[in-house]
Design a protein around this ligand. Structure first.
Ligand code: ATP
Length: 245
């Protein structure tokens, strides 16, 4: 079974994750993201964003609730669901002793897709082509982040989960990432973006959900959230802070 165009590619229903008695990281959160959407998952530090994304990947087991990826139940069909996801983790762990190109070959192998001209094209697009045969251990912060982004994009996944993709990126790289995410969404992928860079979020995301201490504090389009907050002309950071603190 696969989600039809416009249907929810990512569906979260009443998700609860309690790490231990005192720490409920995600508390009864529901959301749906359709193919073609770029969705912002926002919240202050510790609000529960990464936990929700890790539940989608099967890296964290939910206490209760349900997650579906492209129509597949994440707990019942974890491997099939995982194959539909491209994930950029917040804390990148790359193989320092591989070159950028070798790392992408490894990722392609794991995802069972050819490491061909499409990957080469992405190296060029993100300005890493000339450095692709250098060790990742010698890459700058931004180059490492771009390597992680390339890995997430491999195989044209139906669902892209991007946890803090902007850290370390320069302005040109941010622009290229924006265009790339918009192109993937236009091709039918669902994109979930977690970020603290509110100008980028407002520009790129059609809808956002703001988490506060694990619960949904606000949801809607950036314009709707501005109206709800009564802050039509302020920076989007102020709108975010209105709900997130
Ligand atoms: P940030 O913006 O800082 O990345 P976040 O919104 O991604 O924050 P999470 O990393 O999901 O937040 O953390 C949510 C809560 O769950 C925090 O209180 C955190 O301390 C707690 N938490 C996260 N991972 C664990 C863990 N493995 N064990 C115990 N508590 C955890």
């Amino acid at each position: 079974m696969s989600a039809a165009p416009g249907e929810a590619v990512f569906h979260v229903e009443r998700l609860v994750k309690r790490y231990h008695e005192e720490a409920t990281a995600v508390n009864d959160v529901s959301l749906s993201v359709a193919g073609g959407e770029i969705f912002g998952l926002l919240g202050a530090n510790g609000a529960g964003k990464s936990t929700l994304l890790k539940c989608a990947l099967g890296l964290v087991r939910p206490t209760s609730g349900r997650l579906q990826v492209d129509g597949l139940d994440v707990q019942r069909e974890p491997l099939e669901a995982r194959r539909r996801i491209g994930y950029l983790p917040e804390e990148l762990r790359l193989y320092e002793r591989l070159t950028g190109w070798e790392f992408l070959e490894l990722v392609c192998g794991l995802k069972q897709v050819e490491c061909d001209g499409a990957v080469e094209e992405e190296f060029r697009y993100f300005g890493l082509y000339e450095r692709r045969h250098e060790l990742i251990g010698e890459y700058s912060l931004g180059m490492r982040k771009k390597t992680g982004i390339l890995a997430a994009l491999v195989g044209r996944p139906k669902l892209l989960l991007m946890d803090e993709p902007l850290n370390g990126l320069d302005a040109e790289s941010m622009r290229r990432l924006r265009l790339r995410l918009e192109a993937r969404a236009a091709d039918g992928a669902a994109v979930v973006l977690s970020s603290h860079v509110m100008g980028f979020v407002e520009r790129v995301c059609g809808r956002v959900t703001i988490l506060k201490k694990g619960v949904v504090a606000a949801s809607g389009t950036p314009v709707e959230l501005r109206a709800q907050a009564g802050l039509p002309d302020e920076a989007f950071d102020d709108v975010f802070l209105h709900f997130a603190l």
